[in-house]
Design a protein around this ligand. Structure first.
Ligand SMILES: Cc1ncc(C[n+]2csc(CCOP(=O)(O)OP(=O)(O)O)c2C)c(N)n1
Ligand SMILES: CC(=O)[C@@H](O)[C@H](O)COP(=O)(O)O
Ligand SMILES: [Mg+2]
Length: 635
């Protein structure tokens, strides 16, 4: 593919200035080293500018700029397969693959996604969003290539944080042994969202810091700079270097697993990275290139606060301050309430899988550091560990995003439920989450938690209810208890409806409306609008969705004969289906019924109100559905 930089001009010093990223094709192979460095500068400026207006994952994307430019210099991502881990660092790749203008629409409804999407570009090899699977996917692609006798390269780009997830080791162990040519680039910035934790983080730090090795490597680099870097010379000298390394350092974990280990190298030296990738490409086996980067590189506020700029809303470029002040949210209320309870009860422990800030646990981590456990991106381990703690008499709560809890389904059944252990799950980001889109919506938990024997699932609709339910989860219930709540703050409903089970919020004879959690807000709006048209509805709000308390619902539908259940979860085993089955079992025949939910689809990205509208779950759409229900059948 030809390089298209029509916007180049001579800088007057013999060098070339690249005027616009729009002029670049995804094939950067003809760029000189200095042009490549210039492209990196342009990309950084573009990332800071766009993300300041759209919001998104800035710090990780900034840190990966040189890696991505080097990849595009050596590989053709339209044919070679580049698998991003999580995918939140892929923005530079999007810009280089025809989506520079579309960056203005990043993460917005109808715009480009914040994660890799093959439907957007053939250069996006695989959808990503959840951590630690990239090596497995890459091995799969490499094996498919070999079986199909095709000729392309496969790369996985994985961060040190993602390397705290057990799945990564299943992939590495198999990849190292496979003999398949593939390149794993480990982008090691010492950070997950907060600081990387665990033994592997220690191992990586050790690899970087062994002083004798660093001294040796400096000398080696000097020598390499004066030598012409032919493949043969590099191979021989690299062997010598590896031998020296092995006598000075304990073997890297990756070498033991069967990889040719290269590094650690400076991940912001685009020239060096390009050379190493060319070398790795020729090696024809599993290679792990360990690259050291700075999270947030090139933007002072992000370098200083990489966790705040990991995922960021719109901000002022100059000051780094958010445009909108942070909203009080369910996660913060959870964290505060937990601190209050932990003050009185030293059995309470909090567990996070690398999501301390997002789950509202910052204060708990400071105040009760000995009872706070960040286990890394390891949701399965967190769940099994909570089971162990509960078995020995502690009161663990695992605070976890709904979509990441999917990773721990087996542990919930095998390690927690089977022994009826009192583990509390604070299931954050339940329901539609907005701009992160299909990989992050918390729309499966209501269905899968219901299948776990002995599980109780509580659904607060307000901060007051969340506070009460946390206490109930610890002191009035036993066995596994999940409290599921949405991303963000309260809506119009701010009461505490009191008991667990189901409560009637409003009385009317024409129709029964049922909902729970934050969906109660559009349902209240729907009821108000119906009333304006003379239709009176009962609203039954479910405070507990597993097990269901059916009595208030049955009482209501006996009266109205019509039912509409609204929920922002997938259709399979949704609450509406369970209610419908219970109504049938009770021998009640309804005149009409509508179950409004997300059906059997993946919901795209956008603001939550936009997505609710798309799915027919906003107040207006629910009113239309409710009117249909009312108009069906005679009373
Ligand atoms: C299974 C899962 N758990 C948690 C997350 C949330 N998460 C997204 S990125 C991230 C940190 C990743 O760190 P690293 O891989 O080192 O990438 P970096 O941001 O440092 O470039 C976490 C915890 C996730 N995406 N998937
Ligand atoms: C990439 C990733 O998985 C997280 O960074 C996630 O985007 C955080 O979401 P919140 O913004 O809801 O905390
Ligand atoms: Mg990292």
């Amino acid at each position: 593919m030809a390089l298209a930089i029509s916007g180049r001009k001579d800088s007057g010093t013999g060098g070339v200035t690249i005027l616009s990223l729009d002029e670049l094709s995804d094939d950067l192979s003809a760029l000189s080293d200095s042009e490549a460095a210039e492209v990196c500068t342009l990309l950084r400026a573009r990332l800071i500018d766009t993300v300041s207006r759209t919001g998104g994952h800035l710090a990780s994307s900034l840190g990966a700029v040189e890696i991505i430019v080097a990849i595009h210099r050596v590989f053709n991502t339209g044919v070679d397969r580049l698998v991003f881990d999580v995918g939140h660092q892929c923005y530079a790749h999007k810009i280089l693959t025809g989506r520079n203008a579309a960056m203005e629409t990043l993460r917005s409804f109808g715009g480009i996604a914040g994660f890799p999407k093959p439907s957007e570009s053939a250069c996006d090899a695989f959808i990503a969003g959840h951590a630690s699977n990239s090596v497995s996917v890459a091995v799969g692609m490499a094996r498919a290539r070999t079986l199909q006798k095709k000729n392309y390269q496969v790369l996985a780009l994985i961060g040190d944080g993602a390397l705290s997830g057990g799945l990564a080791y299943e992939g590495l162990s198999d990849a190292g042994n496979s003999g398949e040519p593939l390149i794993v680039i480990l982008n090691d910035n010492g950070m997950s969202i907060t600081k990387s934790v665990g033994g592997v983080a220690e191992h990586l730090a050790h690899q970087r810091l062994k002083p004798q090795y660093l001294r040796f490597k400096k000398g080696y680099r000097k020598a390499m700079n004066v030598l012409p870097l032919g493949g043969h010379i590099y191979r021989v000298t690299h062997k010598i270097k590896t031998a020296v390394k092995e006598t000075l350092l304990p073997c890297s974990l990756f070498e033991d697993m069967g990889f040719t280990y290269l590094g650690p190298v400076d991940g912001h030296d685009v020239k060096g990275l390009t050379r190493l990738l060319r070398y790795a490409k020729d090696l024809q086996g599993p290679v792990l290139l360990h690259v050291r980067t700075v999270k947030g590189k090139g933007y002072i506020h992000a370098e200083r606060n990489p966790d705040r700029f990991h995922g960021v809303g719109r901000f002022c470029v100059e000051t780094g301050q958010p445009i909108q002040p942070p909203q009080r949210n369910f996660s913060a209320v959870f964290g505060e309430t937990l601190c209050m309870l932990a003050e009185q009860d030293d059995r309470i422990c909090a567990i996070t899988a690398a999501m301390q800030g997002g789950t509202g646990l910052d204060r708990f981590a400071q105040r009760f550091s000995e009872r706070f456990f960040d286990v890394g991106i390891a949701e399965g381990h967190a769940t099994a560990m909570a089971a162990g703690m509960a078995k020995q008499g502690m009161r663990p709560v695992f605070a976890v995003y709904s979509s990441f809890l999917q990773r721990a389904y087996d542990m919930l059944i095998h390690d927690v439920a089977l022994q009826k252990l009192h583990v509390v799950l604070a299931v954050d980001r339940a329901g539609l989450v907005g701009e992160d889109g299909e990989t992050h919506h918390g729309v499966f938990d209501a269905a899968f938690l219901d299948t776990v024997p002995g599980m109780t699932v509580l659904c607060p609709s307000s901060f007051a209810e969340l506070r009460r339910m946390i206490r109930q989860a610890f002191y009035e219930l036993d066995g596994p208890v999940a409290i599921r709540y949405a991303r963000g703050g309260e809506g119009e409903y701010r009461e505490d409806s009191g008991p667990m089970g189901s409560v009637c919020l409003r009385s009317g004879d024409d129709l029964t409306l049922v909902s729970y959690g934050m969906m109660i807000n559009p349902v209240l709006e729907c009821a108000r609008r119906l009333e304006e048209e003379g239709i009176q509805s009962d609203i039954v709000k479910l405070n507990t969705i597993t097990p269901l308390e059916m009595e208030p619902i049955l009482r209501s539908v006996r009266k109205t004969g019509r039912l509409l259940v609204a929920e922002d979860v997938i259709e399979a085993n949704c609450v509406g289906q369970r209610i419908a089955a219970a109504i049938l079992q009770a021998g009640i025949s309804l005149r009409s019924m509508e179950l409004v939910n997300l059906g059997r689809r993946f919901v795209t990205h956008g603001t939550v109100p936009q997505l609710q509208k798309l799915c027919g779950l906003d107040g207006m759409s629910l009113r239309e559905k409710a009117k249909e229900v009312c108009s069906r059948g005679e009373r």
